[in-house]
Write a protein that binds this ligand. Structure first.
Ligand SMILES: *Cc1c(COP(=O)(O)O)cnc(C)c1O
Length: 462
């Protein structure tokens, strides 16, 4: 299995190389050259087996010979051992034909643990075999950073630096990043918003001398291995509702387009998904792009669902690459336009292809809060604000086809928004109850490339 860049100019890589690299050197994102297919019988055979065994069968065709079957089974087993639910991704019913896929039973209470726990184990095995060290640098709007730190804390061969927007993550998110005591963990509070953090990380990757010198590796949602890990729960949930014999639809609270792109890959692999519904908060660039054909950035408006406060949705480039018939130079051109002019028009043909697969909707702040209140009254389910955005949008797309909305975080990760809607604060699971008593370790940094590079060099030298 070979991986190619969405901009057509970077070298082809193996799964392991693409995973260790993150962003391609031409600025693009790696995608598999072809998408492996699962036959209907293979999909049907996933019914009732463990999450780990399903994960092995679904991901195996993508990894080539990077890991032996025994190694890969062991990696998967370790990745999900720390989850607080035996099903890993249990499904509950919200109402007629509407289901909630709970993706918050991992160690940091958000769906990002599914990918990050796996990637931590994959890195560990690959680096040990190569006898190498890497420096992981990532930007976070809150959940990626905590998941990355949790996955890599104390692992050999890795230093992890996480940039988060100062004052714009929830206290639980911040404490999950600043309280680990391991010396290989570095939490950096940047004076800027999430897009600034993401832009500085991209700048570090585009500074090739720095990139090679510190052996930079990326685990942001652009990393292909993360997308792959997320493909699994689309299969397990659809199969438990009758796939491949019965189609399903999904609604996905979306920011960087990583999670929903995994659903798109599941569909391309042969899972009968009727619609993939993009749910955005008031930062609705994707909803506007899909309805108007114009992708224009508009400045981030902080919301009560901060992990989706994003204007440049990185993984959307992967969907555009397919919509533009895998023409890397066409993708390069529109990405240059985005950088220079803050927007671009999606061609008529590409827009049509995107609209055949994706639908979209947005939830205002008021609608998000009202959905938390109503959902608790109707079903007893306490939703985090991101999940509430999804449920609100899903309700306008219900049909005869079962709808699965992804519950992307545990409500206790966003207690202020939940309290405002329900009058009560959701409790943290007992295994994290002492989070507020642990001491914090964080470095405040200006939104400045050379200041950040200086910190990275200094810390890895020690
Ligand atoms: C990261 C995140 C999202 C958005 O996921 P993308 O893959 O960036 O689209 C939604 N909800 C929560 C809770 C998240 O942490």
């Amino acid at each position: 299995m070979k991986y190619i860049s969405t901009r057509g100019k970077a070298p082809e890589l193996t799964f392991e190389e693409a995973m260790l690299t993150g962003l391609a050197r031409d600025g693009g994102l790696y995608v598999p050259e072809t998408v492996p297919q699962l036959a209907p019988e293979e999909i049907a055979a996933l019914a009732g087996i463990s999450y780990e065994e399903a994960a092995f069968r679904i991901m195996r065709p993508f990894i080539g010979d990077a890991f032996t079957d025994t190694e890969f089974r062991d990696i998967i087993a370790k990745a999900y051992a720390g989850f607080g639910h035996a099903a890993r991704a249990p499904l509950v019913q919200l109402g007629p034909n509407h289901f909630l896929l709970e993706l918050f039973h991992g160690p940091t209470l958000a769906f990002k643990d599914f990918a990050m726990q796996l990637i931590g184990q994959l890195f560990q095995v690959a680096l040990r075999r190569r006898g190498e060290r890497v420096t992981i640098v990532g930007a976070t709007s809150g959940d990626t950073g905590s998941a990355a730190i949790e996955a890599f804390r104390g692992l050999e061969g890795v230093d992890v630096f996480i940039l988060f927007p100062h004052g714009r993550v929830s206290e639980v998110q911040r404490r999950q990043m600043t309280t680990p005591i391991e010396g290989n963990v570095h939490a950096l509070a940047v004076d800027g918003d999430f897009d600034d953090c993401q832009a500085r990380v991209k700048d570090m990757f585009n500074d090739f001398a720095f990139r090679d010198d510190v052996r930079l590796a990326g685990v942001n949602s652009i990393n292909w291995a993360r997308v792959l890990a997320q493909v699994v729960y689309y299969f397990t949930s659809a199969v438990s509702l009758g796939a491949p014999h019965r189609p399903v639809s999904f609604t996905v609270p979306t920011g960087n387009f990583g999670d929903i792109f995994a659903g798109y890959i599941a569909r391309r692999m042969g899972l009968p998904i009727e619609r993939l519904v993009i749910a955005t908060n008031q930062n609705d660039i994707l909803h506007r792009a899909l309805t108007t054909g114009r992708y224009v950035t508009d400045g981030v408006k902080p919301s009560i669902s901060p992990s989706m406060d994003i204007q440049v949705s990185s993984n959307f480039e992967r969907a555009l690459f397919d919509a533009y018939d895998r023409d890397g130079s066409a993708v390069s051109q529109i990405m240059d336009e985005l950088r220079a002019a803050g927007g671009f028009d999606i061609s008529q043909g590409a827009l049509q292809l995107l609209q055949d697969t994706f639908a979209s909707g947005r939830a205002s702040e008021e609608e998000t809060t009202a959905t938390i209140t109503q959902s608790f009254a109707a079903s007893g389910e306490v939703l985090c604000p991101h999940t509430a955005v999804g449920v609100h949008v899903a309700e306008t797309h219900l049909s005869a086809t079962p709808m699965i909305t992804l519950a992307t975080a545990h409500p206790a990760k966003f207690p202020d928004a939940v309290e405002a809607a329900m009058g009560a604060r959701p409790a943290l699971p007992p295994r994290m109850a002492d989070l507020f008593d642990r001491s914090e370790r964080v470095t405040r940094v200006a939104n400045d490339l050379s200041a950040l590079q200086h910190i990275v060099r200094e810390r890895i030298a020690n």
